[in-house]
Structures are given as structure tokens and as C-alpha cells.
Design a protein around this ligand. Structure first.
Ligand code: CA
Length: 426
């Protein structure tokens, strides 16, 4: 892996970065923001400030990167990402240099600095990319085992294919929404009594799924494969991903073609894309894979990442209760394996495609990444801060997911993905 100077733990910025911030100079994620008087455009984040890259580009501070300046004024990152990993790596290196404590270019230009750095409290964050296609994997062995134990046979919880390929399905891109946007409880068909006909009404088993999603650069032409060793060159960065799920609708509808309306009414994402480059220091090995995967999925180098995750629920008018602490390192199938598998048949990927990991459950009961598992199908309700019980998510609840990696005194994080659940539309 390349040594990336922007990851040096000793780097300090002239911009203030609170000690517990997810956004030190070693992170420099990319996102899309607007303000009361600025249209949606590209920004990065340092501490509690959003840096306006359109302003920096207009001032000539992003010249020489071989990136079309119009990209910074776009309302999505797709055109910037078409410059590939080398392009976004050059941009991150330049931003690291501009924000470095010793660099006077922006530091000692108070007018430009004031214009370029906006308080994060004063911006609206948008979807970072136009998502062309969304794929949902099922890559946590613990999650697949828990679900298989609950709904099938505990002795044969994993289906025969699971240890041989990263199971996935094609999801729905149009309903991916940014953090902060509320989610309406879906209406649909369920069959609560297996002896009686199905009924129509609001889902009574609304759940979250704690996932991470990676966003791709352009891939290869239709018909060509991306090998495992090439895969990470096509991965731009990651976001937190809450894949909302209506378990009662899912149970009734999923046979034989898989998830449909139980999963496609909303998926919430965090809005800062943390680049794979910024996560390089947190690379780690995943679980041992036995049986050894087929050669096209065989990986020697570490392809997992050590990112702490948590989920909290805040009932209406009450404080948060953390219900889950997990970590992306538990994923059995790595992102590189997911992408190699996705393209092994010649399926093409495009700039801005989003691929979610599947629910990330760890080995402990407190690390399960969904209410289905945490409350074990409703048999072990969780206690909230206001004394109420939860087996699934209720109207008025806000679900918050957070994630960060930490090493050598540097904390690189994602901020949060937050959404409040509202009653169904009338
Ligand atoms: Ca999912």
C-alpha cells in the first residue's frame, strides 16, 4: 500500500480541531453542502468548520491538480470522482497542505479564510453522490448466523453458499436519503397470523440495520472483471449506512426472489465520505476464512478496517440510549472481495455506485447490529432512557449511528447518520 503523507499522525492544522472531533487534518472527507446564500457545492471538513472548495478553486488555490474546476461547483461528487483515485488523492494532499499549521496561503489571508471556512452549524448537508446503483451485501457471519438461527435451523444457520461467496442483492438507489431526513413508517402487506389471510397496514416491526457502504469510482467496461487486487483502486470512500427494514413485511414477501418493499422505502447515510486513503492507517485482517474461497476471492493482504460503530435510540422527548457497539473489522467478506465478486461475471460499475456491507453484528449480544437480533425477535426488549421498552422502532424514535477509527492519537470519524421515524403518510 502507498505511504500517504496526508495520514501522518504528527500533522497539525492552523484551524481549530476539538480533541474529540472526527475531523482532524488526517481525515479531510468530501461532501456536498449549501448555506442560506450558497448553492450546493463541494466541501471538506476540518474540526467544526466546513471548507468551501468552490471558494478555494475561484481563488486559484486548487490549480495544478489536473481537476476541472467546475467539479467543485457541482451539487454531487460524481464528476470529481471521475478523476479517479489519483485525482482525489492529489486533491486530499493539496487540502492537507493548505490547512497545515505551517502554510500561510489561507491561514494569513483573513478575508479568504472567513469566506472559505463556514461553521458546520450553518450548513445543510446533502446526498454526496448521485447513486446510480445500490447493492446490499450480507457479509457479517454473526448476523447471517443469528438470522438463520431465528428463522431456520440453529444447527444449519448459514445457507450452503454463504461461506463460498459474498451474498448480495440489488437494492433501490432512489430512496437513499441523507442524515437528518425523517423516515415515514412504511405501509404494506403482512401476514401476522400464518393461518389467516394477509392484512394491509403500517409495519409493526420497523428495524434499523447498522451497515457501512462504500462508494465506487468508475469501473471497467461491461464484460470485464475487477480483480481482488484491483478492487480498492475503484473504491472512493465510505459512509455510515442505516438500511431501514420492515421485518414483518420482509418475512411475508421475500420468498422466492428476496427483499423488496420491506427494504426499499428508505436507507439513511452519513453525509461526509471518508476516503479509503484516510482509513489506510486502520487497515486490519478480517476473520480467518475457512473453507478457503475460490481463487478469484482469495486475499493475502489485510482488507478489513478497524472502525468502531455504535447505534443509539432516542425516544421522543427523551435522551439517547446506546443499544449496540460493533466494528467493521468483524465483517467476514471484505469490500475488496465484495467488489471482485460483484464484477466477476462482467457486471460494470459506475462512479457513485453504493455498496452496503450488510448488517454488521459482532460476537457479543451487545454488538448485534439490528433490533431483530438485539431484542431477539421481540423476546428480550431493550430498556430506553425514559423507562419504556423497545423490541422494534416506534414512531417518534430517533435512531443515530456513529463511527470512528482511532490510532496513534488520531481519530478519523464519520460524524453520524440520524433519522427520526414519523407515522405513515395519511
Ligand atoms: Ca441491509
Amino acid at each position: 500500500m502507498p505511504v500517504i503523507e496526508a495520514n501522518d499522525p504528527s500533522l497539525q492544522s492552523w484551524a481549530e480541531v476539538p480533541a474529540d472531533s472526527d475531523f482532524p487534518i488526517q481525515n479531510l472527507p468530501l461532501g456536498i453542502f449549501s448555506t442560506a446564500d450558497r448553492s450546493a457545492r463541494v466541501g471538506t471538513r476540518i474540526g467544526d468548520r466546513v471548507v468551501d472548495l468552490a471558494v478555494l478553486a475561484d481563488a486559484g488555490l486548487l490549480n495544478g491538480l489536473d481537476i476541472d474546476l467546475a467539479c467543485y461547483k457541482s451539487c454531487v461528487l460524481n464528476s470529481l470522482m471521475r478523476h479517479g483515485k489519483q485525482g482525489t488523492r492529489r486533491l486530499r494532499a493539496r487540502l492537507s497542505h493548505l490547512l497545515h499549521a505551517d502554510n500561510p496561503e489561507l491561514r494569513d489571508n483573513p478575508d479568504l479564510r472567513t469566506q472559505a471556512l463556514v461553521s458546520a452549524d450553518h450548513v445543510i448537508m446533502h446526498l454526496p453522490v448521485n447513486v446510480g446503483d445500490y447493492t446490499d451485501f450480507y457479509s457479517s457471519r454473526e448476523h447471517a448466523t443469528n438470522v438463520g438461527t431465528m428463522f431456520r435451523d440453529p444447527k444449519n444457520a448459514l445457507l450452503p453458499n454463504w461461506l463460498h461467496l459474498p451474498v448480495g442483492y440489488h437494492g433501490r438507489a432512489s430512496s437513499i436519503i441523507p442524515s437528518g431526513q425523517p423516515v415515514h413508517r412504511p405501509m404494506g402487506q403482512t401476514r401476522p397470523d400464518p393461518e389467516a389471510p394477509p392484512v394491509f397496514g403500517p409495519s409493526r416491526r420497523l428495524d434499523f440495520e447498522l451497515e457501512m457502504a462504500f462508494i465506487t469510482y468508475s469501473g471497467k467496461p461491461l464484460g470485464e472483471r475487477i480483480s481482488l487486487d484491483e478492487a480498492e483502486e475503484h473504491i472512493f470512500g465510505l459512509v455510515l449506512f442505516n438500511d431501514w427494514s420492515a421485518r414483518d413485511m420482509q418475512t411475508w414477501e421475500y420468498v422466492p426472489l428476496g427483499p423488496f418493499l420491506a427494504k426499499n422505502f428508505a436507507s439513511s447515510i452519513s453525509t461526509w465520505v471518508v476516503t479509503l486513503d484516510a482509513l489506510e492507517p486502520f487497515r486490519t485482517s478480517g476473520p480467518a476464512q475457512d473453507p478457503t474461497p475460490l481463487p478469484y476471492l482469495h486475499q493475502e493482504a489485510p482488507h478489513n478496517f478497524d472502525i468502531d460503530l455504535e447505534v443509539a435510540i432516542a425516544p421522543e422527548h427523551a435522551g439517547e440510549t446506546v443499544v449496540c457497539r460493533s466494528n467493521t473489522k468483524y465483517l467476514y467478506w471484505s469490500m475488496a472481495q465484495q467488489l471482485a465478486h460483484h464484477t466477476v461475471n462482467g457486471c460494470n460499475i459506475r462512479s457513485g455506485d453504493m455498496m452496503a456491507s450488510g448488517t454488521i453484528s459482532g460476537p457479543e449480544a451487545s454488538s448485534y447490529g439490528s433490533m431483530l437480533e438485539l431484542a431477539w425477535k421481540g423476546t428480550k426488549p431493550l430498556k430506553m432512557s425514559d423507562g419504556s421498552d423497545r423490541s422494534f422502532i416506534q414512531d417518534g424514535d430517533t435512531v443515530v449511528m456513529r463511527g470512528h477509527a482511532q490510532k496513534d492519537g488520531v481519530r478519523v470519524g464519520f460524524g453520524e447518520v440520524r433519522a427520526k421515524v414519523l407515522p405513515p403518510h395519511a
